[in-house]
Design a protein around this ligand. Structure first.
Ligand SMILES: Nc1ncnc2c1ncn2[C@@H]1O[C@H](COP(=O)(O)OP(=O)(O)OP(=O)(O)O)[C@@H](O)[C@H]1O
Ligand SMILES: [Mg+2]
Length: 249
């Protein structure tokens, strides 16, 4: 469903992606892990065409989007929900209107249908009845869930999560992990989760890719990852300072 073939990208004077290749199957939850600055968010932005590669191919459902124009990208983006790293709610709009934004933008539903959809997705994320609250009245965990409700409002085929559990307490992290799992089961969604939270990765993912110096250096199933003897994998999972990862400040 999502395929990267030898994708390269330089931003500023840094080679951020240096030949990234992977293939994500329909219905799968694929986790991309790696240290801060490894290029995880940049990879996600390539998937929805917010960043274009310098070279290589990005296939979505078999269609190459690497050189697509804005009009075509707009149609491709309809398939996607994107949970951004920062929650990105508009402070001047209520919870309901924030969630309604993508629905009203695409004008596929009538106003009563939009209201119904806002209710539905708020219920999915466990925030039924909060549509009239303003973002300033929400905790960080609630904001994450409202953002999640907004990203699934159009019932996308694919959802991209950028650090879904970062910045929330462990219990809220757990709730969000369960939501990711439920969404996969309920909406048969294909998911890409970018994170450095290994507990979350092990809970939600089917497969894991480890990004380092602009390359995917390891890809494996969660089971194999957990029992791996590989030095990179062990160091990343255990978070120790000794190992093959270079010292970085
Ligand atoms: N628009 C840009 N212009 C220049 N450099 C950029 C741009 N976007 C990202 N970078 C650089 O690309 C590298 C990878 O950034 P990215 O945001 O993908 O990291 P990340 O793996 O998501 O890290 P984190 O875990 O901290 O979110 C960083 O060195 C960053 O400074
Ligand atoms: Mg990031």
């Amino acid at each position: 469903m999502i395929e990267f073939i030898d994708v390269h990208k330089t931003l500023g004077n840094k080679k951020v992606l240096d030949g990234v290749s992977f293939n994500i199957e329909k219905g799968e939850t694929f986790a991309i892990i790696g240290r801060s600055g490894a290029g995880k968010s940049v990879t996600l932005k390539h998937i929805v065409g917010l960043i274009a590669p310098d070279s290589g191919k990005i296939l979505i459902d078999g269609t190459d989007i690497s050189n697509a124009d804005e009009t075509f990208l707009a149609t491709i983006r309809k398939k996607f929900g994107f949970l951004f790293q920062s929650s990105a709610l508009l402070n001047s709009l209520s919870v309901g209107d924030n969630i309604g934004l993508p629905l009203r933008e695409y004008q596929e539903l009538s106003e009563p249908e939009i209201k119904k959809r806002i209710d539905e997705v708020l219920e999915i994320v466990g925030l039924k009845g909060t549509e009239d609250l303003m973002p300033s009245e929400l905790s960080g965990g609630m904001k994450k869930r409202v953002s999640l409700a907004r990203s699934i409002a159009r019932y996308p085929d694919i959802i991209l999560y950028d650090e879904p559990t970062t910045g929330v307490d462990p219990i809220m992290g757990n709730i969000i992990n369960h939501l990711i799992i439920n969404l996969r089961e309920r909406l048969k969604i294909t998911s890409v989760v970018v994170t450095h939270d290994m507990k979350s990765t092990f809970m939600v993912a089917n497969r894991i890719a480890l990004l380092y110096h602009g390359k995917i250096i390891r890809t494996s199933s969660v089971e194999d990852f957990k029992k791996s003897d590989d030095a990179f994998i062990k160091q990343f999972v255990q978070g120790t300072s000794q190992g093959p990862f270079e010292e970085e400040v």
